[in-house]
Design a binder for this molecule. Sequence first.
Ligand code: COA
Length: 376
Amino acid sequence: MAGVSQSSESVREGLEGVVVTATRLSHVDGEQGRLIVAGHDIEQLAERLDFEQACELLWATSGLESAGAALRPRLAAARAEAFERLHGLGDALARENAMDALRAAAAHLAENASPAQLVGALAVFSAAHWRVRRGLAPIASPPGARHSEALLAMLGLPHDAARSRALDAYFVTVLDHGLNASTFAARVVASTHSDLVSALVAGIGALKGPLHGGAPGPVLEMLEAIGRPERARQYLDAELASGRRIMGMGHRIYRQRDPRALVLERAASELERALAASDGEQSERDARLRGRLELARAVERAAEQVLAARHPERPLKANVEFYTAVLLSALDIDASLFSAIFACARCAGWAAHYAEQRHHGRLIRPASHYIGALPG
Ligand code: COA
């Protein structure tokens, strides 16, 4: 373009492969299929720590409140405080879309709210939204509960130890994941020295988009449409033939199976075993979960085969969302809430990135290549 000295060769659409910062928080190794969070493989982290402990580790790594009191009572206090203030949110929670409701409610938080207050509040808002939309009164968090148990209880769902462990495994698994779109959005806001609540609202806005965290609902629909393992192959072939993508398969970075899929598949298996060992009233649920897990495994195998035949050059394997659908639906969480539940965990990652960016970061201000009209 005459008179403009930029070159279009330097444009990297989607910032793919562009390294914009250094972080100690998490590392996504796409070639090896490995996710390291705060120095630990995600499989070990999810096995050994509950959500509160994983947050403490991540937050200490980011330089955020490493010496504070244990997180569990602070989150409990934050949930109680957010519950007390629900009446001040107007009709924010009554919005139809859960992410709209979360974004509107989060905007009411005090500008100087702490990370624990944000995490506690988001769980309360998610559960209250779900209940208000159904004409039910919000339920307060049971005192002394861990965060995962509290969220199930506030939703009015069964919240025994096995279920709360399963939700914990999910929370830890999705706590942080490199510079994904919502984390980047939160870091951009932090880089301007704006407040943490503004970064949270930006993160929620990015996560609302269907290209980020939106696949578990469609995965569930796909499993329901397939119904029986022997129908998987035919269904998937027809999907690909009509140009549609197989939900829960493929990833921008991973060239192996997403390691989070393994953690969540194991968590679903453990939940199934725990439900099978408990008494008769739950046996119907247990059978339903066992059936869904078997179906999911069969569909994953068939999907790998059809995708390998179609794309021999590019491994397309299960991503985190494949087994998220199985696990969250086994906890009786409705598909319309999946993204909000994701936000309940990922907001702790956003807070860690916010702190890291404020400590070490520079104003994020990329350039663009002008292709518009020139004057005169
Ligand atoms: N089903 C069918 N084909 C797929 C596919 C899927 N799930 N994922 C990728 N492909 C194909 C594309 O059609 C494309 O083929 P083409 O070159 O013949 O057009 C090729 O693989 C590369 O896809 P591309 O969109 O460039 O890869 P990406 O890195 O941008 O995409 C995803 C990553 C996650 C967006 C993509 O794999 C996808 O859409 N998956 C399904 C949705 C999903 O599960 N999202 C949750 C992600 S955690």
